[in-house]
Design a binder for this molecule. Structure first.
Ligand SMILES: [Mg+2]
Length: 376
């Protein structure tokens, strides 16, 4: 089997003026990402996503990857990342190269799964897994003033039992947002916070201590992703678990987070970290330091499908049979047609349970006509 054709498909969707949403770093109205449609000489089609802007992905793919990927056997997928690190040498440790590797890798695993008739999570060594626990990513900062409890109430009404909210704009506002979130969500639910790396260590520590009474399951990106010493400083002073990884890519960056236990939870994005092959290496490394793995998802439905398959495959080490710890997957609650409109059957997180597709490959059918509507 050989790859015959690869199409890079940039997609985007823009919200109306004034309806931007955001995090502590600012607002945005446009969601954009890039799909990869890979077809083999047997007619099997695989899908992947590079979680990066289309024109950059296109140029990177054409310049560094097309000649090697077209003609490649998808079953050789695990050599892809190694080749990308070594062949392109000076460019390999680069987020755009790694995003392209992610898309090709995920598409190859989709093809392998479709060829052998198994969902990817079983190919990656995971046990049978029917459901995961989705958590609502919500309470974004909004461009126009809106009651902050509204989106959390909506998540509760949909049946979510776990949620993550945006903070990171000063200890007083942070504490108020967490207080409101906990009140609406209830005492038994799981609550996480995301600072999006907007703080210096001391600011992050101050907020972390102020919100400790609200039983926070993790604090995400307290300091910028490149601030290794900042992560270590936060960890020394804060009891709440620390998470990071959405802005990291490739096994070598994750090794820094894992080796020193700079974080308690790593969050690879399947459209950026290097795909399934690299995510599995990262997850294996994480087990050696007893660091948990919870994928980051702010992607289109294709990246979401990849993350769901990956999450379903992650090792349950250490065996927590006596203290069950659900595998949680991020489920963005902002309006995003790239997530809701491009599959024939969209993912449905209502009721606080997310079904893991059991069909071969990614287990989803991409609606190509819908994809065309969002091509940019
Ligand atoms: Mg985040």
């Amino acid at each position: 089997m050989k790859i015959d054709d690869v199409e890079v498909i940039p997609i985007s969707s823009t919200r109306p003026e004034g309806e931007g949403i955001g995090d502590a770093r600012g607002f945005g109205r446009t969601r954009e990402t890039t799909l990869l449609r890979v077809e083999t000489d047997t007619g099997t089609v695989g899908w992947g996503e590079a979680f990066a802007p289309g024109r950059i992905v296109d140029a990177t793919f054409e310049e560094l990857f097309r000649d090697d990927v077209v003609g490649m056997d998808p079953f050789d997928v695990e050599s892809l990342a190694d080749d990308a690190y070594t062949d392109s040498y000076h460019f390999a440790g680069n987020v755009f190269s790694q995003s392209v590797v992610s898309a090709v890798d995920v598409a190859c695993w989709d093809i392998i799964g479709k060829t052998v008739g198994r969902p990817v999570h079983r190919l990656l060594g995971g046990e049978e897994c029917q459901t995961l626990t989705p958590y609502a990513s919500t309470m974004y900062f909004t461009e126009t003033d809106r009651p902050i409890e509204e989106p959390m109430q909506a998540a509760v009404d949909e049946g979510f039992t776990a949620a993550k909210i945006k903070i990171g704009t000063g200890v007083d506002e942070d504490t108020e947002r967490v207080r409101v979130a906990r009140e609406v969500l209830g005492d038994d639910a799981t609550l996480m916070v995301d600072m999006n790396g907007n703080y210096r260590p001391r600011q992050a520590i101050k907020t972390a201590k102020a919100i400790e009474p609200y039983d926070i399951t993790w604090i995400e990106e307290p300091v910028p992703p490149e601030n290794d010493s900042g992560y270590r400083e936060v960890k020394r002073h804060v009891d709440t678990p620390i998470a990071a990884g959405e802005a990291h890519y490739g096994r070598f960056e994750f090794k820094h987070l894992i080796d020193d236990r700079a974080v308690d939870i790593v969050q690879p994005n399947l459209g950026r970290c290097g795909g399934f092959s690299e995510a599995r290496l990262i997850a294996d490394m994480a087990t050696t330091e007893n660091v948990a793995v919870r994928p980051h998802i702010w992607n289109s439905a294709v990246g979401l499908a990849a993350a769901v398959q990956f999450a379903a495959s992650v090792s349950r080490y250490p065996n927590t049979r006596n203290v069950p710890e659900p595998m949680m997957v991020e489920f963005d609650r902002s309006e995003n047609p790239l997530r809701t409109d491009i599959l024939e059957t969209p993912f449905d997180p209502t009721g606080g349970v997310l079904d893991v597709p059991q069909e071969p490959g990614l287990g989803v059918s991409v609606d190509e006509a819908a994809v065309e509507q969002y091509r940019s």
